[in-house]
Design a protein around this ligand. Structure first.
Ligand code: NOJ
Length: 758
């Protein structure tokens, strides 16, 4: 026993010398031993300190967010803080780290977190838009770039990817995730974790990632942010949790819990979610950070009496770190001392936090991410180029009657009209990290950069969308009255051969706290569109937005619609690439577009119900005042070429537990230009112990096909493919009939039957 203690002490002391001795480097093999050794030296106060995260306000980054900053600084000096968020710049990070390292007893390095959601300085498409590319390599690459730009500024931990399944366009945060499908979102989750974290967390060019928000946050009732989530265990496991499990298996360093309740239990206080499912069943060994104040928010939820009670619930449930909530600071030590909380729970949380810090290499060099030299090594120009490539891959062509796009060479006068046409800020989107205000290429600029001298471009704003200050903190004041620019727009439109109309949402219309009861084109945009349409019908509508919009009138009356999301820094150039045919659009919607807001939540993978579609009766599941189904379905997107699908072939019509079958479909490019087709494979379990969706995505393949060429997509189906969370609460494959579907989107599908027996 004595000998053990001595070794532990020696090991412990050697960490804090930061010697170059390879023996004490953070090799994975030794991590557990090192964690235990540090833990054994910590007082209860120091352990609780590791479980506290502070917002980096006071003189570190600018204006204070409130609270007693002097006291915060004192705690930092005593080593009673585990991590900080929003400390921005190498200098600020170094300063905070020094306060901690040079004054605290044990010198345990801090982590520095930030919301790097779709880029740090170089801004990529908002996640919903980027997911439309279905290009996992590209998405991994944009995360890798964001990581590099983050570490160059001292940030070593991002609160991303957000992998909440969201089916409701009213929810402002739908822009932050990958849409409505668990399979696609799971793939994106893995790509993002790999991009941020690389192969080795201690590589100073990588950052720790966070899978958030665990769990259910995207299914807020009525699409209203922070609202209750009312789903049962079966839906939770089949729909919400798969992307989180995928992220856990990919080795994501941290999880963030969520503000919402699920079936009336706050996610932050849910032992079943955090301790049982994530930590025990999935055997995941990272740590869970709370969402901002979500531990303390259990008080207004009516779940905790006060901060101390909230701390007790949260720590027992498995929340390891309190983000700026003050609950752990107020309560944890006392709770342990009074015997209300077993110190073993604290040890478990601290062990998890230390483990991540060791893996990040922070014990080897706490300043490894505050190295100003790195800044000069960041190839920002190259990153812009990548941002343009990914942006154009994310643009969805929704309608293109009479092939009015790409703009023909014969068109010599184009009017570019709309409040977002020359807006250099909106494409940066919400959650823009250090993406500078007004730093995007606007559509007008992009087009001017790209058209030849013989094409004239005129511009009119028409109407302003939002007035006053735009900010993360306040709702946008929409212009409902100023029509003074409409006559100029109408005149320019009537004078041009073609109109490119750029409408949509302001950057701060979507994002946190931005739920909307209406999802049409806000303010006077429809009025402008209709006025312009009276004088020129040759309109290509370009939409810049963070959520699916209600665009039924446009879909019925305009010849062309391009969904361009908020595409980031290179937005206008990417849009011009598509409008002018330098890039053949290939993206497909990761989310359904409604005919009317009243259809929300709207998603393709719904249940059949006992009264499915029947045109002969009224008593079936539908709305009587609109056509059934979405305006544009999940997986939909057009190209400048056409693809023809051959009849799919299945290698066998039956298989059993040890076998597999292959579904193959040949796709021919029947048009005149090369294009990329995203071939989608869906499946339906016809009869099961719990009702299954009418279809669910189970595979996709991106095929680059030249004119006249044929390529095949192939999908292997084995028992894993058929697994689901059964009525018995287990991930299993049940025997029976399945319907396989393959095609270009979730509605246009060819079907084949398959039988599975054990
Ligand atoms: C609250 C948001 O819900 C979360 O996603 C974000 O990471 C934190 N604030 C920190 O900014």
């Amino acid at each position: 026993m004595k000998k053990f203690k001595l070794t532990v002490l020696l090991l412990g002391v050697s960490f804090f010398t930061y010697s170059q001795n390879s023996e004490i480097k953070s090799s994975v093999k030794n991590v557990e031993q090192k964690v235990d050794s540090v833990l054994s030296m910590m007082t209860l106060e120091e352990k609780v300190g590791q479980m506290i995260q502070y917002n980096g306000s006071w003189d570190l980054t600018g204006p204070a967010s409130g609270g007693d900053n002097k006291q915060k600084e004192e705690r930092l000096k005593k080593g009673l803080v585990g991590s900080m968020l929003n400390v921005l710049s190498v200098e600020a990070v170094e300063k905070a780290q020094r306060l901690n390292m040079e004054n605290s007893r044990l010198k345990i390095p801090l982590m520095f977190g930030y919301d790097v959601i779709h880029g740090y300085k170089t801004i990529f498409p908002v996640p919903l838009g980027e997911t439309a590319s279905w290009d996992l390599e590209a998405m991994e690459e944009s995360a890798r770039i964001a990581a590099l730009e983050s570490v160059a500024e001292g940030v070593n931990w991002t609160f991303s990817p957000m992998i909440d399944i969201s089916r409701d366009a009213r929810w402002g945060r739908i822009m932050e995730g990958s849409g409505e499908d668990p399979y696609l979102t799971s793939k994106v989750a893995v790509a993002k974790v790999n991009g941020y974290q690389g192969n080795d967390l201690s590589d100073p060019k990588t950052i720790a990632a966070t899978a958030k928000h665990f769990a259910g946050y995207g299914l807020a009732e009525g699409g209203k942010d922070y609202n209750a989530v009312n789903i049962g265990q079966n839906e939770l496991h089949n729909v919400v949790l798969p992307p989180f499990q995928a992220a856990a298996e990919a080795g994501v360093a941290t999880f963030m819990n969520a503000f919402n309740t699920i079936d009336n239990i706050p996610a932050t206080g849910s032992e079943s979610l955090q301790r049982e499912t994530l930590k025990k069943d999935w055997n995941w060994n990272g740590f869970i950070v709370s969402d901002w104040g979500s531990i303390t928010e259990m008080i207004p939820h009516g779940f905790a009496r006060d901060k101390v009670h909230a701390a007790e619930i949260a720590v027992k449930a498995g929340s390891d770190m309190d983000m700026e909530g003050g609950a752990y600071e107020a309560g944890l030590e006392k709770l342990v001392e009074e015997g209300q909380v077993d110190e073993k729970l604290i040890d478990d949380a601290v062990r998890r936090i230390l483990r991540v810090k060791f893996k990040m290499g922070l014990f080897d060099d706490p300043y490894r991410y505050s190295n100003s030299k790195l800044k000069n090594q960041v190839p920002y120009d190259e990153h812009r180029q990548k941002a343009r490539e990914i942006a154009r891959k994310s643009i969805v062509l929704l309608k293109n009657e009479n092939d009015i796009l790409p703009v023909a060479n014969s068109v010599k006068k184009i009017a570019v009209i709309g409040p977002l046409a020359d807006d250099k800020d909106t494409p940066i989107g919400n959650w823009r990290a250090q993406g500078e205000k007004n730093s995007a290429v606007s559509v007008l600029e992009g087009l001017k950069n790209a058209v030849g001298a013989s094409t004239e471009i005129t511009y009119a704003k028409g109407v302003t969308l939002g007035q006053g200050e735009r900010s993360f903190l306040f709702p946008l004041d929409i212009n409902e009255t100023d029509r003074s620019g409409i006559p100029d727009a109408v005149e320019k439109a009537s004078d041009a051969e073609m109109v490119i109309m750029v409408l949509g949402e302001d950057a701060f219309q979507s994002g946190e706290g931005r739920s909307q009861a209406n999802i049409g084109l806000a303010g006077l945009q429809m009025e402008l569109l209709k006025e312009v349409h009276k004088v020129n019908q040759n309109i290509a509508l370009v939409l810049i937005n963070g959520r699916p919009l209600e665009i039924t009138w446009a879909a019925e009356n305009l010849p062309a619609i391009v969904e361009a999301w908020q595409l980031g820094t290179e937005s206008g150039n990417a849009i011009a690439d598509v409008l002018l045919g330098k890039y053949n659009p290939s993206a497909k919607l990761p989310v359904s577009f409604p005919r009317a807001v009243g259809q929300e939540p709207l998603y393709y993978n719904h249940k059949n119900t006992g009264r499915p579609y029947s045109p002969e009766h009224v008593t079936f599941s539908h709305y009587t005042d609109i056509e059934n189904g979405p305006l544009y379905p999940f997986g939909f997107g057009l190209s400048y070429t056409t693809f023809e699908y051959a009849k799919p072939e299945l290698s066998a019509s039956e298989f059993n537990a040890n076998g597999s079958v292959t579904l193959r479909v040949a796709v021919t490019n029947t048009g005149d230009v090369a294009g990329k087709e995203i071939v989608q494979f869906y499946l339906r379990d016809m009869v099961a112990s719990a009702a299954r969706p009418v279809k669910e995505l189970k595979g996709f393949e991106l095929l680059e096909i030249k004119p006249g060429e044929t390529k095949s997509a192939e999908f292997t189906i084995d028992r894993e493919t058929l697994k689901f969370y059964t009525a018995e609460g287990k991930w299993e494959t049940e025997e029976g009939e399945f319907e396989l579907m393959v095609g270009p989107n979730s509605e246009d599908l060819q079907r084949i039957n398959l039988k599975y027996s054990k």
